[in-house]
Ligand binder design. Structure first.
Ligand SMILES: C[S@@+](CC[C@H](N)C(=O)[O-])C[C@H]1O[C@@H](n2cnc3c(N)ncnc32)[C@H](O)[C@@H]1O
Length: 262
């Protein structure tokens, strides 16, 4: 491991806003197939124990350096924000900013999205942002907007809670729209080109850009946005994988490859 990463990991240990539970804290070894989770001490207690208030809590999943978490926290002091990612070296950037600027309504959680129901109680979360998630072209169940993930989110998302998906991947945008349609969910906003459209979008959609967004914009790719309320059981979509894979072209398997980018 490089010196820079080691330095960031060491500094991460000093950030009170960054929670880094070990897998052993939430994973139960039952010997049975499947994922078995045990509740973490923070489950249902983020407001009281981390933020010291009962304000709504918004998650950014796969937050990387935490760009949305930090920017939204600055704009909405009446809400709390938690960025979730598995990569400590990326979370370091957001956690350092929050620490150095004494931001009181933002925190970070280093864990897998698959483990989130161990950390959040029913109704504890009011909104979820998925920002530039890997489109997982070969693994439908691995997409963070797949029915399996939405089923998980519904365990802690309050009724009427919103999921926002911002992505450069038209494939992931269309796939998620197909899930929304199959599940009968209400669409609040949908745009296939947020900077090129005349639709009225929430200001935070166009005025905050993440690390990956800037990269994809520089490459000339349109940015899409979808917001919906997942009220009800999610359903498997009817989706033309082949057509949208071809429309996506070859670049994304490269650009989203975790080992290629910081
Ligand atoms: C393409 S990057 C986007 C990062 C950031 N949202 C941005 O726009 O700059 C995707 C991020 O999702 C994280 N990620 C992917 N799958 C994950 C999972 N199952 N649990 C936690 N983090 C995950 C990766 O570590 C990576 O930082």
């Amino acid at each position: 491991m490089g010196h820079d990463k080691l330095r960031k990991f060491a500094e991460n240990e000093t950030f009170a806003c960054l929670k880094q539970p070990s897998s052993a804290e939430v994973l139960l070894r039952t010997g049975e197939p499947g994922l078995h989770l045990r509740d973490h001490a923070l489950k249902g207690r983020w407001g009281a124990d981390v933020f010291g208030n009962a304000n709504p809590i918004v998650l950014e999943l796969g937050c990387g350096k935490g760009d949305y978490t930090v920017a939204l926290a600055g704009r909405f002091p009446e809400k709390n924000f938690i960025g979730v990612d598995i990569k400590g070296a990326r979370l370091w950037k957001g956690a350092k900013y929050v620490t150095e600027n004494a931001v009181t309504n933002a925190a970070f959680l280093r864990t897998r999205v698959e483990f989130l129901e161990a950390f959040f109680a029913p109704g504890e979360i009011s909104e979820i942002w998925l920002t530039f998630s890997d489109p997982q072209l070969k693994s439908p169940s691995g997409r963070l907007s797949a029915p399996g993930f939405i089923r998980r989110y519904r365990k802690f998302l309050a009724p009427g809670g919103v999921i926002h998906l911002k992505t450069d991947s038209r494939f992931l945008h269309e796939y998620t729209k197909a899930v929304v349609n199959a599940s009968g969910y209400k669409t609040l906003n949908s745009s296939i080109d947020i900077y090129g459209s005349t639709e009225t979008l929430p200001d935070v959609v166009t005025s905050i850009q993440t690390f990956y967004e800037k990269m994809f914009l520089a490459e000339g790719y349109p940015i899409t946005y979808l917001a919906f309320t997942p009220d009800g059981e999610p359903a498997e979509p009817s989706f033309d994988e082949k057509f949208w894979k071809e429309a996506e072209g070859g670049r994304r398997s490269f650009s989203h490859a975790p080992h290629k980018k910081p």
